[in-house]
Design a protein around this ligand. Structure first.
Ligand code: PLP
Length: 370
């Protein structure tokens, strides 16, 4: 069976480097924080290509969101605008802090939050926007920044799927994901484009006070041992994970160019395919996606699934329902009409994809069925 994300082949490709780095950590006697984690934080910040920029690692992407929201001083009763169509984490973290997620609809082609849907949801309680770089494509930050400025909101960039993605900014310059928000986060969950061998995450900001606050919160609200400035969390990155990430970071650019070529092969095939009408997530001019997922919109998803099943090709539905339909948010007020998020959740389907996926053989299998 073709793996949905081929982490085994990736491990084989870098095995010697990984094993050496892993052994060094195991022999070092330092397992949480320490020099590997510090070096990784520097390398992550450098990779974002922004002056005076900080990266703070922590226990997961979800923790990174919660810690960022706490650093931004989110309070019970506050409201935060989040996209209606995404993974649960951004809305969950807002709710965990006693605030309320307010769901904004998406653009049906890019699948990203629609900036024109934000203004009508702003109230005196609204504090910020969580923008998600869904499936690896950066959200429309120029427009989001305008809305945020107009209403005095912060932007938290959820780049869990998009570390290394780029977008052209207002000066037509390539700018990296994780640098668009007042704060940003990424996830090192194993199947993300930059993943480790367990949970891990990072917080990014160019604001030294927010960076300091995030670092403090991630370590029991403490700057120096047994002195606690705030009520914090235990959310730190293991040295072993940092060592693994440093190796994978070295290969990230070459992996991205492989991903890019493979996504183009899928795109070209599906554009002319006579089987079922499918359209890939639209990548806006000026955006370069990480293709954390290769996601299509299928007019007849049932039929497409039949073909994939016959061809023994695995698939995933990211995501089967909009967040406003989730039972845990049933008590909140919701759009009364069908929105794009609802319709899109009925059409989306993701195919096997990573730098090591044999896209050509998947296409051949599909062709042999339909
Ligand atoms: C994976 C993901 C997260 C959470 O990351 P974890 O490291 O699994 O906690 C948050 N937001 C989005 C959009 C994600 O895809």
């Amino acid at each position: 069976m073709i793996p949905f994300i081929d982490l085994k082949s990736q491990r084989i490709a870098y095995k010697e480097e990984l094993q050496k780095a892993e052994q060094q950590v195991l022999d070092s006697g330092i397992y949480i924080g320490g020099p590997q984690v510090e070096a990784l934080e520097e390398e992550l910040a450098l990779s974002c290509d922004k002056q005076d920029f900080f990266a703070v690692t922590c226990g997961s992407g979800t923790d990174a969101l919660t810690i960022s929201l706490s650093a931004l001083n989110l309070q019970p009763g506050d409201q935060v605008i989040v996209p209606d169509f995404t993974f649960i984490a951004p809305a969950e973290c807002v709710a965990q802090l006693g605030a309320t997620p307010i769901f904004a609809d998406i653009n049906p082609n890019t699948l990203l939050i629609d900036p024109s849907e934000i203004a009508k949801r702003v109230t005196p309680k609204t504090k910020g926007i969580i923008a998600v770089d869904l499936f690896g494509e950066c959200a429309p930050y120029q427009e989001l920044r305008k809305v945020a400025q107009q209403y005095g909101l912060w932007i938290l960039e959820d780049s869990a799927q998009a570390f290394g993605a780029t977008q052209k900014n207002s000066q037509e310059k390539k700018q990296y994901a994780c640098t668009f928000g007042d704060m940003a986060i990424t996830s090192f969950y194993p199947t993300k484009p930059l993943g480790c061998y367990g949970d891990g995450g990072a917080i990014f900001t160019s604001n030294p006070h927010l960076a300091q606050k995030a670092r403090e919160l991630a370590n029991h609200g403490s700057r120096s041992r047994y002195l606690h400035q705030s009520v914090g969390f235990n959310s730190r990155l293991d040295a072993l994970q940092a060592a693994v990430l440093r190796i994978k970071l070295r290969h990230l650019e070459e992996e991205f160019s492989m991903r890019y070529k493979k996504a183009k092969i899928y795109d070209d095939f599906f554009m002319n395919w006579k089987g079922v009408k499918v359209t890939p997530q639209h990548i806006i001019d000026g955006n370069v996606s990480t293709y954390a997922q290769y996601t299509l919109l299928a007019e007849n998803r049932e039929r497409f699934i039949q073909i994939l099943t016959k061809a023994e090709i695995p698939y995933c539905i990211h995501y089967p329902m909009p967040l406003h339909k989730q039972p845990c948010f049933a008590h909140l007020t919701h759009p009364t009409q069908e929105n794009n998020s609802q319709q899109i959740s009925q059409k989306v389907i993701s195919l096997p994809f990573c730098a090591f996926t044999d896209v050509q053989s998947i296409i051949e299998k599909i062709n042999s069925i339909a």
